[in-house]
Design a protein around this ligand. Sequence first.
Ligand code: AHR
Length: 308
Amino acid sequence: LGIITVLSLVLAPIAQALTVGFSQIGSESGWRTAETQSIKSVAQQRGITLKFSDAQQKQENQIKAIRSFIAQRVDAIILAPVVETGWDQVLREAKRAHIPVFLVDRGVKVRDSNLYVTKIASDFVEEGRLAGAWLAGKTSGHCKIVELQGTVGSSAAIDRKKGFANIIDLFPRMSIIRSQSGDFTRSGGKNVMESFLKSENGGKTICAVYSHNDDMALGAIQAIQEAGLKPSKDILIISIDGVPDIFKAMMDGQTNATIELKSALGEPAFDAIKDYLAGKKLPKWIKTQGDLYLPDTAKAQYESRTAM
Ligand code: AHR
């Protein structure tokens, strides 16, 4: 037997014995559902027992789930934190119980960064900057923007707002004229966009929508159409995630651009847990990358993401 085979035979029972608790935010968007799917299926492929908890967008439910994982003495906890603050106490409890915590997708603000091992996530500020740069180029730095924000207090909403503002602040003729949270949901995006359209002369004064995720952009597209305007033409739209539905909307000429947020976090998350438990030192932030996509590649992207 080769050395690799011998090693995998020796290590396989160790991996199989792992029990990991996963506190997920909820199922607010297509992206979130894909992320859940990735973590569940990689756990299954690797023979890891996954204890899954859906917090229905509530931090208090995530705190309860973490306490229950601690009581069950899991080997590690994966946390996708709904908001940035308010985690110190429960993460201290996990640390005291010697249970390592791995953040996926969103970040936390804690006094002691040793309360978690690492964060596996993209750079939300960069995503916001990329969106701002694309819009500045597309409009030659001349645009009145409405912003659909994600969940209030989430790192995704805070940082995407910040990164976008970093860029448009460089252009005196670009400004955000309305900004409100649609909570990362399709219905939230639609409702907020309807109110923006009403207060902005039926949409005539709006040049573009910057949406913190694709689902809210899809809701906004519906609201724009119902107001008798053409999304992507009368009002430009840029959003973040790269879910199949946004590529479909792009193929249909209803939106202009999306920035991909990788949802396949199962592999890097379980790799990080395995490496940590094997005694390896991990960086504090394991960054995932995403590109900007435009209509020219929408069909190919849609097909590759929906192929079974
Ligand atoms: O935290 C990432 C964001 O959360 C995704 O962009 C959004 O779709 C999800 O709900």
